[in-house]
Design a protein around this ligand. Sequence first.
Ligand code: GDP
Ligand code: MG
Length: 241
Amino acid sequence: MQKRILVIIPTFNEADNITKIIPDVLANSNGENEFNILVVDDNSPDGTADMVESLNNPAVSVMRRERKLGLGTAYVAGFRYAIEKGYDVVFEMDADFSHDPKYLKDFIEKIDEGYDLVIGSRYVNGISVLNWPLSRLILSYMASVYTRTVTGLKVKDTTAGFMCYKVSALKQINLDEVKSNGYSFQIEMKFKFYKKGFKIVEVPILFIDRREGESKMSRKVVYEAYFMVWKLKLKSVFGKL
Ligand SMILES: Nc1nc2c(ncn2[C@@H]2O[C@H](COP(=O)(O)OP(=O)(O)O)[C@@H](O)[C@H]2O)c(=O)[nH]1
Ligand SMILES: [Mg+2]
């Protein structure tokens, strides 16, 4: 059966990456899987959104938001768009080539096997991360250990941002209740899927540090995640999740 697949790429100042990654993603389209892209741009000063629009590609849409509103809310807006437009499968993916489009087909295979959420994982086969400073790697790895310990979430790479959802499952998550603005969104979504009893699998990816531009990771993002994990745990204990 033919599947309509939407790859959501949130962007803030990704002009040097975005027009290069788009063709690599769309190259995955074939008779069975039709790939479209939604770029959710937060008024990037470097003109990311204009560059995408100038491609004039019918498989690519741009959602322009007024200002930098955070990764979490960008994805939620993308999910609502995917549901409204009747997509079957939706991807989360960074613009910066840390998430290599060559892996997209591995995720789709798992969706075809019946999984509801597929996670591109850096920590299933040891540690597969290239070119990150050691401090960033330790932060990421420890964030996963911490999240697993506090919440019991059975996922090795809890902050992974390369993911694929079956839209029929995503529809059962109350998106109004998704509270994270920043990167703790990645933890929140996995935990919500886990609590619903959906089928989750991790596939190995090699994560490579961004090609161009700058990371938007900040101290604020880390604090948000630190507290969000406890909020999720408490909510689930009191049956609110
Ligand atoms: N729309 C939007 N995109 C964002 C925001 N923050 C980060 N991004 C995008 O989300 C993706 C991941 O961010 P990145 O800075 O690469 O994070 P890192 O990989 O953890 O260092 C990239 O495509 C960013 O451009 C935001 O506030 N709004
Ligand atoms: Mg990145």
